[in-house]
Design a protein around this ligand. Structure first.
Ligand SMILES: C[S@@+](CC[C@H](N)C(=O)[O-])C[C@H]1O[C@@H](n2cnc3c(N)ncnc32)[C@H](O)[C@@H]1O
Length: 867
């Protein structure tokens, strides 16, 4: 056998046999340890046998289990027949097992207490061992029979090395056990001390403490049914509380009986097992493995919020219950990543492109220039003339360097576009119910430029063609009318085309002139923009026909309900004002042609015939003029309907924008600066157009006005015609002027009612008498091409006088200084007619421009095809 033992061909089973042989014929252990070369190397000290024979290892374990299950009494009973070494062995195999049992296997790391990794699957078991067991008492502070059985087994070691190892292992085990026992003993001592204290201080304290403990640890209380089963009833000792407790009523004792069955598990730290914030979902059970938790979570089918991990359950209140909204980080820490959204049908253009005739048309239109007179210390801020007029400063119209000048928004934008996504600051985002929208990825200061509305610049004719042919079936239009004859079609354009409408917008679309070219851009409103906000502006929608009116889903408080104007429901006073102006003109025409009551000429005189002939020709013209007036009126009515629809929100916004730029405030300020007594027409959609002397307020918006001491001088320099202000008092003293009406209010803020306007129209549009030509405000012209804000020139004054003379007595009336008696009546009438019509148109245009403010009078979205 020894030969076989040394044989290189022997396998593990063979070595098992060898072990048996060794037991029977004692031989030096060293020969046994000479394992065959095929065996695995030892994995631990004293493991020689186990590594050479897997079966042997298992057997050892079985033996230990068997011994452990032998009751103590049986082991210690003298009656029990004990196997003696001399006892005959029925099988050699049995004795082999016995001999192997004496060779215990040890894991050095576990013995030394350096084993740091415990597989998760053992955790629960370990957890139970440590936490779930009943509190030990000194009485049961003894080793279990199983362990005792192992330990008490006498061991005989042939090999001194082996003996030493066994001794060391036993000591290590003892150390571990004793430290645990020490802790338990200490805990028990503490409990005893508490019990004593309770006994001295009475039952009140006991019940108080008991309640508190029960309350605090209620959530950690578990039933120990399984433990109860395994533990003999006699060994389950509850801590004796006190004599007082014993005197409690039986009912209480019954309760206690129930409570006895429960024991408290101390609160333990839930260790993170992987990743940051692991186990932060509510149903996480620290005693289960990650995988088990995952399975449980899936089984529960609860939808979990997938946002960034939170501190344990923080914000849960916000995300559930009444709030029901997703968690959002504060804006100042929130920095969304730029995303690129691909939108079908969007051809990107980064700057305007003139199409067809539009280019030549634009060049034909002589653009006004503006120059600023700012000093470097002014920095082209609120007081900059260019800024007021919405002109961008550049080297041609501003003396400041780009660094000094603060009125170059489009240049700023260009620089910004070269940066990264955050610099650019806007991105397309899909909205819930309004298609795409645009949101801010950064903050914008009040009135700061955000993005340019650029696209193809087309003529009105081209726009109509496109609408009828190309965009006929489209639901979204990207057409923006920003000039009398120009339209920006941003179907191919910048991202600004995606900005949605809101009745309470946070941005404004404003037309600027940059290097003699019109450009449109979205500017932040007076509140500024926060990161993440959706950008909106008021479309001032022109739906062309009622068929194209779309429902507004802006969801704001003052939502008008539709993107277009609301259906006409009530005639406004503005409308009546416009109609009365037109009616007044008609009446005058009738007066001119003799049908009026004021005609004094003889019915059949040659003069009358001549006049009548002239009159009939003029009448035809007048009819045409009336038709034109009617067209103007219908347009005005349409606008009025829109005005009515927008009134509420405009008023609100006007209030909010008290410090922002309005057309009227511009005019008011300019007039104030030039010390004209002419009151400004307040941009208002009220039923009466109030004329007030306003105290200009400071404004921060680009192009806004601010009371400035230098403005007057600047305007003097800039506008020589303003020198004519000296003539103003004379003008205001003109007989028949509405000066009395205007100054009727004691506070100097008179109202102009439709009646007074009517009388004003009869009395030559007294405003027209102003002998100066104020600064021409860009973007205020009527759709017909006449500049509503340009006051009549000197010939208008003449016309007005002539008109006045007609009104005051026909051709026989007072003569104008520039209308000699010899002037042909025909030309007088022609002039009168055409000017009266022009005056009416102007009045209508002015009335329209009044509530619409700068640029906005013409800037509007267009949708749908003309009905
Ligand atoms: C210039 S586009 C704006 C971008 C558009 N949402 C898109 O997806 O392309 C104008 C169109 O957007 C929609 N829209 C914009 N604002 C809206 C609002 N407040 N309510 C409903 N629809 C709106 C309308 O269909 C409108 O014709």
């Amino acid at each position: 056998m020894a030969d076989r033992d040394a044989s290189p061909a022997s396998d593990s089973s063979q070595s098992s046999c060898i072990a048996v042989a060794v037991d029977e014929n004692p031989a030096p252990r060293s020969s046994i340890s000479a394992s065959p070369p095929t065996s695995t190397p030892p994995t631990s000290l004293g493991d020689e046998h186990s590594v050479t024979s897997y079966v042997a290892k298992m057997e050892t374990h079985v033996d230990v289990q068997e011994e452990a299950s032998v009751p103590q009494e049986i082991i210690e009973s003298p009656d029990t027949p004990q196997p003696t070494p001399e006892a005959p062995q029925s099988e050699g195999r049995r004795s082999a097992r016995r001999s192997r049992a004496s060779v215990s296997t040890y894991n050095v790391q576990i013995l030394a207490g350096t084993a740091i990794h415990t597989p998760t699957k053992y955790l629960e078991k370990h957890h139970k061992n440590v936490l779930h067991g009943p509190a030990p008492t000194p009485a049961n502070n003894e080793v279990t029979p199983r362990k005792r059985g192992i330990k008490s087994e006498p061991k005989e070691f042939d090999d001194p090395a082996e003996e030493q190892l066994a001794t060391e292992a036993a000591q290590a085990a003892q150390r571990r056990k004793s430290s645990r026992v020490d802790l338990r003993r200490e805990a028990i001592r503490n409990l005893a001390a508490v019990g004593e204290a309770v006994a001295h201080k009475g039952p009140g304290l006991l019940s108080g403490v008991k309640n508190k403990v029960q309350h605090a640890l209620k959530s950690n209380t578990v039933r120990a049914k399984d433990t109860k089963k395994s533990t003999p009833k006699s060994s389950r000792k509850r801590p004796r509380a006190s004599k007082a407790a014993e005197t409690e009523e039986e009912t209480e004792e019954e309760d206690e009986e129930e409570e006895e069955e429960e024991y408290v598990v101390p609160v333990t730290k839930k260790w993170l097992q992987q990743g940051l914030y692991v186990g932060q979902h509510r149903d996480f059970d620290a005693r289960l493995s990650e995988a088990q938790n995952r399975i449980r979570r899936r089984a529960s089918k609860k939808t979990e919020n997938k946002h960034l991990p939170l501190p344990m359950f923080a914000g849960e209140r916000m995300m559930s219950g009444d709030f029901q909204r997703d968690f959002k980080l504060p804006f100042d820490v929130y920095n969304p990543l730029p995303r690129k959204v691909k939108v079908d049908g969007w051809g990107k253009l980064s700057k305007n492109r003139f199409i067809g005739e539009a280019s030549s048309l634009w060049k034909q239109e002589k653009q006004d220039n503006s120059t600023c007179y700012c000093e470097p210390e002014d920095g082209c801020l609120e007081t900059c003339h260019n800024r007021i007029m919405a002109y961008e400063c550049d080297s041609t119209n501003c003396r400041l360097t780009p660094e000094q000048c603060g009125n170059r928004p489009f240049a700023q934008l260009k620089k910004r576009a070269k940066g990264n996504g955050y610099d650019y600051g806007v991105e397309v985002q899909e909205t819930e119910d309004r298609g795409y929208g645009v949101r801010a990825m950064r903050t914008f200061e009040p009135h700061q430029i955000i993005v340019e509305y650029a696209g193809e610049i087309i003529t009105q004719a081209e726009c109509e063609r496109r609408m009828k042919q190309i965009y006929k079936k489209d639901k979204c239009y990207y057409l923006m009318s920003f000039d009398n004859k120009m339209i920006i079609d941003a179907t191919r354009g910048t991202i600004a085309r995606f900005v949605n409408h809101s009745c309470e917008p946070n941005c404004e679309m404003i037309k600027w002139t940059v290097g003699c070219e019109p450009r449109m851009a979205l500017f932040a409103g007076s509140r500024g923009i926060m990161t993440g906000e959706e950008l909106t502006y008021d479309y001032n929608f022109d739906p062309f026909s009622s068929k194209n009116i779309q429902e507004c889903r802006c969801g704001t408080r003052s939502c008008r309900g539709v993107l277009g104007p609301k259906p006409k429901h009530q005639p406004t006073q503005e409308k009546s004002m416009v109609s009365s102006l037109v009616a007044g003109t008609k009446r005058k025409l009738q007066e001119v042609f003799g049908s009026g009551r004021g005609s004094r000429s003889a019915p059949n005189s040659p003069k009358k015939r001549k006049i009548s002939a002239i009159g009939s020709a003029a009448l035809a013209k007048a009819r045409n003029a009336l038709a034109e007036t009617a067209a103007v009126r219908s347009q005005a009515e349409r606008d009025n309907a829109e005005v009515a629809a927008q009134r509420a929100s405009r008023e609100n916004r006007a209030l909010r924008r008290s410090s922002s730029m309005t057309l009227s405030s511009r005019r008011s300020l300019i007039r104030k600066a030039t010390r004209h007594s002419l009151p400004s027409l307040t941009a208002s959609r009220q039923t009466t157009v109030s004329i007030k002397r306003r105290t200009p307020k400071p404004m921060s918006k680009p192009g806004a006005l601010k009371p400035i001491k230098s403005l007057q001088s600047m305007l003097k320099r800039n506008t020589p015609t303003l020198q004519a202000k000296k003539l103003l008092p004379a003008a205001s003293k003109t007989p028949g002027s509405p000066a009395k009406d205007v100054d009727s209010d004691s506070d100097g803020s008179p109202n102009i009612t439709p009646a007074s306007l009517r009388s004003a129209s009869r009395k030559n549009f007294t405003q027209s008498k102003l002998p100066f030509k104020p600064l021409k405000l860009d973007g205020l012209s009527t759709p017909e091409g006449s500049d509503s804000m340009a006051f009549p020139e000197s010939d208008d004054e003449d016309a007005a006088n002539e008109f006045g003379s007609v009104a005051n007595g026909g051709i026989k009336g007072p003569k104008s200084p520039k209308s000699p008696n010899s002037r042909n009546a025909t030309s007088v009438m022609k002039n009168t007619l055409s000017r009266s019509i022009r005056g009416t148109k102007r009045a209508v245009g002015t009335a329209r421009a009044i509530g619409e403010g700068p640029s906005k009078s013409t800037i509007r979205m267009i949708t749908g095809v003309e009905a």
